[in-house]
Design a protein around this ligand. Structure first.
Ligand code: SF4
Length: 378
């Protein structure tokens, strides 16, 4: 079973913090759809189209910039080329794009999980982020999702914004919880150097919040969501039991996935490891279709894969089993790592049950530091 990721690189405007690959020229959407369909068809009768597709994730950019007609052409092409037995078909969308009619057409196409880019309901924060939607549109979009009867959905929130007080964040969380969401992805604002926000920070015009205040935001989020029955299952992901994202969980679990569209990544197992490749983040090149659109694949050894699996798996509530590490990657913890694991278990940062290492809630707060520490002893 494999996953399919489709990158739709169009956005209405550039959010100040965003470093994803996107363009704002709407006139390119139709030619892009043609190129994407060509790329999909290029996989017909290849080994990559032999494996059954379990999940599809349409991300971006803003996939809801495409009309339902354009999306239907893409879905038809996927259906013609790949063997589909999908349990989860997710599409990212922005609140200002979704009318009730549009949502119904997505359901008709087979999208069964919406990912709504809410980020905040606070007008000042939305403006600071340079989001294209208002608080009213965010509330309306969530209302529309409920009315349309989406089987499940997730909403994104960003905390740790400059000037955001815990009370402001609490209002954001409460407004989202009114809708009883099955899943929430919550990220602390990250300052990427090449973004508008990054430049403003470099110029000293904006001061990012202190780590302590971001940690306070996170504690508040964790407490409010768990009281509402929405539990952390990955560093940035929270869900009601059984509503965890399958597609993303498969990334963390090293299942095969094929990425389509500019800047999309792919991962595929080979006989002696795996390979990963990226489609070039270049819409002009993608539209030209003149030569190969992807870079040379990177060969990944079992050692690299084992370390990556530890990095991804320890960020989740499922953790990583030492049996899995041995069977799948031939990787065993050495004495120094075993001692470190015992020490961190006594320290309350992780548990080891039936040979599965899992970070505790306290450990998850320091996941990246702990994982680097463990790997550095390998
Ligand atoms: S809508 Fe999403 S992808 Fe587009 S600029 Fe904003 S954050 Fe980035």
């Amino acid at each position: 079973m494999a996953g399919l990721y489709i990158h739709i690189p169009f956005c209405k405007q550039a959010c100040s913090y965003c470093d994803f690959y996107f363009v704002t020229r709407k006139s390119l959407i139709e030619p892009f759809t043609d190129s994407l369909i060509d790329e999909i068809q290029s996989y017909a009768n290849t080994p990559l189209s032999d494996e059954v597709i379990e999940t599809i994730y349409i991300g971006g950019g803003t996939p809801s910039q495409l009309s339902s007609k354009q999306l239907k052409r893409i879905f038809d092409a996927v259906d013609n080329v790949f063997q589909l037995n999908t349990t989860e078909v997710t599409m990212e969308m922005n609140p200002d794009d979704v009318t009730p009619g549009y949502l119904h057409s997505l359901l008709d196409l087979g999208v069964n999980r919406a990912s709504m880019g809410v980020q905040s309901f606070d007008e000042e924060i939305l403006q600071f982020m340079h989001r294209a939607h208002t608080k009213k549109e965010a509330l309306q979009a969530l209302e529309n999702l409920h009315k349309a009867g989406f089987p499940t959905y997730t909403a994104d929130l960003i905390y740790g914004n400059p000037g955001q007080t815990p009370e402001m964040l609490e209002r954001d969380i409460d407004q989202l919880l009114q809708f009883d969401p099955p899943h929430i992805s919550a990220y602390s604002l990250t300052v990427e150097p090449q973004t508008r926000l990054g430049k403003q920070v470099q110029l000293g015009r904006i001061k990012p919040p202190e780590d302590e205040s971001v940690a306070e935001h996170f504690d508040l989020l964790l407490e409010k969501l768990s009281s509402a029955g929405i539990y952390q299952y990955e560093v940035s992901n929270f869900s009601k039991p059984g509503k965890e994202a399958v597609h993303n969980s498969n990334y963390w679990n090293h299942k095969n996935y094929l990425g389509l569209g500019p800047a999309a990544h792919s991962f595929w197992w080979t006989e002696d490891g795996a390979k990963r490749w990226e489609n070039q983040p270049d819409i002009k090149h993608y539209l030209d279709r003149a030569s190969s659109i992807s870079d040379e694949p990177e060969e990944l050894s079992l050692q690299t894969l084992a370390e990556e699996r530890l990095m991804l798996g320890l960020r989740t509530k499922w953790g990583v089993g030492s049996g899995e590490l041995i069977n799948r990657y031939g990787y065993q913890f050495n004495e120094s790592q075993k001692n470190w694991l015992d020490y961190q278990e006594r320290n309350g940062m992780l548990t080891i049950t039936d040979d599965v290492v899992r970070l505790t809630p306290n450990g998850l707060k320091l996941a990246d530091l702990l994982i680097v520490d463990l790997l550095s002893k390998g």
